[in-house]
Design a protein around this ligand. Structure first.
Ligand SMILES: [Zn+2]
Length: 179
């Protein structure tokens, strides 16, 4: 069993990450795909992926969480997105996927912020296609748009999606997964 979406790089896991990983290994997990929410987590996730002493192999995924476009935050500056793209290009051969990226229409309400969120998803979907990398997609109140809008509409599908869908039943969760 591979856990395809963990936040091991998050501050909240710093104090007991080894315990969490050991518990996952005991439960039958053989590898983890560790996503990043923003540039501040890139180096930690990169370090974990290179560390052979941890309980499980970790594959790093670089992304920018769609919640970062919420109205109560400053929108991610272009330099931050460029830094992310640079890191993805540099580490492409080692990455498990591009993510976490996606659409969140629960936290992000304005048309302007939703457009920016969708533009990033589309840009990174193109990059994923170019580099042969999958996407680890977050979709909240936006499943149809995330999987059948933007990237999908323009036939930019990478070879598969790892899904993090926060609403809807299991049948809908399976729908966008491509082998
Ligand atoms: Zn997540």
């Amino acid at each position: 069993m591979i856990d395809c979406h963990v936040h091991l790089g998050a501050e909240a896991f710093r104090h007991d990450r080894d315990v969490v990983m050991e518990r996952a290994r005991s439960a039958g997990v053989v590898a983890m795909l560790a996503v990043t929410e923003g540039p501040e987590e890139l180096s930690e996730v990169r370090r974990l992926a290179a560390d052979s002493t941890v309980a499980l192999p970790v594959l790093a995924c670089f992304g920018l969480h769609p919640d970062r476009f919420a109205e109560d935050l400053s929108p991610p500056p272009r330099e931050q997105i460029d830094t992310l793209i640079e890191a993805i290009r540099r580490d492409a051969n080692q990455l498990g996927a591009i993510g976490e990226i996606g659409l969140d229409h629960f936290r992000v309400r304005s048309a302007e912020r939703r457009r920016a969120q969708a533009a990033l998803l589309e840009e990174l979907a193109q990059l994923g296609k170019e580099l042969g990398l999958a996407l680890s997609v977050h979709a909240r109140s936006a499943g149809r748009a995330a999987f059948f809008g933007t990237a999908a509409r323009r036939r930019l599908e990478p070879h598969f999606y790892c899904c993090r869908k926060l609403q809807g039943g299991p049948a809908r969760l399976q729908m966008p997964v491509r082998p």
